[in-house]
Design a protein around this ligand. Sequence first.
Ligand SMILES: Cc1ncc(COP(=O)(O)O)c(C=O)c1O
Length: 1012
Amino acid sequence: MSRDIATPGLAHWTAVLAGTHGLTARLEPLDGEYDLNFRVLTSGTATHVLKVMRPGCDLGLVELQCAALAHLARTVPAVPLPRVVPALDGASVVTRDDPQGAPRLLWLITSLDGVAYGNFRPQGPALLGELGRRVGELDAGLADFAHPGLARNFKWDLSGAGWIRPYLDLIDEPRRRIVTRICDNFDARLAPALAGLPSVPIHNDINDYNILVARDAGGQPRISGLIDFGDMAAAPAVCEVAIAAAYAVLGQERPLDAIGHLVAGYHAVHPLSDDELALVWPLLLTRLAVSVVNAAMMQRERPDDAYVVISEAPAWRFLELAGEIAPEMALAQLRLACAKPALPAAPRILDWLAERRGSFAPVLDEDLSHAPMADLSIAAPVPRDPFALEADEAAALGGSVAEGEPARLGYYAEPRLIYTGAAFRNGPYGASDRRTVHLGIDIFAPAGRRVLAPLAGTVEAVADRAERFDYGGVAILRHETHAGDAFFTLYGHLNPDVVQRLTPGQGVAAGETFATLGAPHQNGGWAPHLHFQLALTTSGFGHDWPGVASPDEAGLWTAICPNPAALLNLPDQATRHKGPDFEALRAARGARFAANLKLSYNEPCLFLRGWRHYLFDAMGRPYLDAYNNVPHVGHAHPRIQAAATRQMAVLNTNTRYLHPAQTAFAEALTAKLPQRLSVCFFVNSGSEGNELALRLARAHTGGRDMVVPDHGYHGMTTGALDLSAYKFNGPGGGGAPGWVHLVEVADPYRGRYRGDRQAGAKYAAEVDTALAAIEARGGRLAGFIAETFPSVGGQIIPPPGYLAAVYEKIRAAGGVCIADEVQTGLGRLGRHYWGFEAQGAEPDIVVLGKPLGNGHPLGAVVTTAEIAASFANGMEFFSTFGGSTLACVIGREVLAIVDDEGLQENAETVGDHLLAGLRSLQERHAVIGDVRGMGLFIGVEMVRDRETLAPATEAAGYIANRLREFRILIGTEGLHDNVLKIRPPLTFGRDDAEMLLDRLDRILGEDSCRAG
Ligand SMILES: Cc1ncc(COP(=O)(O)O)c(C=O)c1O
């Protein structure tokens, strides 16, 4: 069935358009609620949109739009808007009969590039900011536009939103309560406030399907169009912002941030007054209330139309969630986004306090000006486990301060990992957000110490919050500046008898003792100290003040709860935590290191702490480490810490002396290997290991030539580099030396024998060619070296039988077989402790590195007694640091931990779960060409086309960078850099796999991945 038949009138309107505008074009119907809209294609490209208005449509309404667009084309030509194309007779709007003979108004506008914003993902900060700016420019451009059609009285005029009240009972409880509250607030506060604002021409319907997004030349998404002026009206400008914001927040994980970007963009080009800003959040809620009430009305009319319910679901989800957001905080956030103080009174209050610094009564009856500071930051090893503060640690925090010793202070705005309780976590995963940023100053002093009011106030709230790691006794005082601006001070970790001492409303004089410091059993379990916090809020927060903020909300919370140092007669600078300066570090690194010392990610990471498979940045944001295989048993493993600390305290020397640690490690390692591999050499790195393995092979065979799979990596020293096609055939490389003979990497997905059941044998046969080449050049074979499973080559799992067949050929030709197990060894593969086991092959030399020392520089080469004997030709083997006492103790401990903690089994079960999850993502996302792996050695290959396997390199890079924004670390690898490399510490759990899968799924649905 042709579209012409499916859409009655297509041929008719095609002919009409030719007559009215002289355009020979093909029409395609577009969505439209009441009117007919057609995409107009001339020579195959969309050039225009033909709008045929509903029968009986008011001419004035169309003229209004035409006039507005013509006006905007003059006033703000840079804003991407459609232009009206006049008919041949010069008129913007013409009337023609439809096929039924009814007269219809018809007009033509230019078409704009792009997809609907509503279908574009991600709707990120830059795009939201640009949207705000564009809408601001649009409104600025309309400022002097006048038209009689602007005075409209219709349901989408937000300043008349009170019309919804009679329909609220169409909505069931508990939802009705939500919209009733919004409606009450509208009538009582918003309607009068709006009445006091000037009405100006606005677009009035910046919804996410009236916004277009297209990519610029650099590939960045940009706002490419604002369309559909059919709801234009005169209203206060803030209605425009609130309507745009009402759509922009839907589906956003951090809605206040999202509207912050939008509103800031708008404000930058079309400034909003304080009064207008104060209306944005409540008007946004009002707009959503109108929307859901309207949907309820439609549903009453069309009860069978499921779409109405579905389309309102995001608005309801948001309205239900918005109840938890204090309007005062929403406003504060918008004000900060617009570079205004969080509260209009904030600068006055802070000045008032600063002027009085030095004259406040001492809160703990002690001069604090020389008090030492405690370091509780991310860089400090507190707590031992950043996910579980222990009671003994809490009770010793800040060091205990004895009577007579000076108090010790804890920094304001210091990010800390000591807040490990569920109340501080936000999300189900280990790497979910947590609150870390301390919003007060701590004063550590003995329990029982008197607490004095620094200035006069009244008791606002008092409580005993007895839960473990809460405040214990807590009091909040309300104060006023001389100008009458209110602010609050909080005193936490008091003796709970403060509840008896104080009653709300009671006055407290400056210098009056109103409480004492609690002991750990009274103060929530902490070392005795006062948590002293200031809050600039008009409402107060009862006694439920957050004492710690999430890093991403720290800007907001530190504006509401600024540094209280002035009230302690202390300088702000000395009491405010200063973390590492990111930009300064970056610059210093650039100055001190060569340019080829690379940083990962577009936006580099700065980590200060690690734990298991998590890393923490300087603000304490947790990152899920799905990338680093060096911390094999987890970052900062306590057993490694303990073993290393103990050994460093007694002896760390070299292999020229006897020491039990050296033999213990060698025995533990060889116990994991085939019996023939019985002689160990300890070195400092994988490179040094491979270098040595090459020497062993040459010493044993008398040959020099090596056979190596293509695209491998064996290290950065001269010999290892010569074996690494990944490097010598990569940027800056000089190609293969004559003694290195490459064979095709046995890649079952991208390689020559894809899908061939005999692939293992066929790839192995490549070795024959290499051996023939050696013979042809008059060389002599030393051996074969391969990463057992090629990693930089793209996390490749060779076909079964490959390695065994290669080894057979090499040995038959007199060579030795070297397994580079730097990436695959020590249980990572789950079912197998070594990669060669998975291949049913047994090497003559095994090289180990990365995971063996869990971060301590430690490599090993293990070989047969015969090869070792050939190497022992009189020249001493000695590596100064290799096999040091410390290294051996650590290596031994790593091997023990893998066994004791069942990490190989964990790699198997979690790896299987993750692989299954990735395969189900592959079913839904065409950009995933291949999912492969074993245990926690996993590759996900991205392709633009599953037939041609055209690599989706950009998508892979995009995903890695986006995952970093979601705080998950992975890498990209492969010949085309299109393989996601997932290779976490072996402690990685099922939950972590779930988090990775969830975020990956979201990212794969984003525009950059869909495009391939
Ligand atoms: C397979 C393989 N071999 C050897 C090395 C070199 O190890 P190192 O960096 O410790 O010298 C690496 C490093 O990435 C590797 O992946």
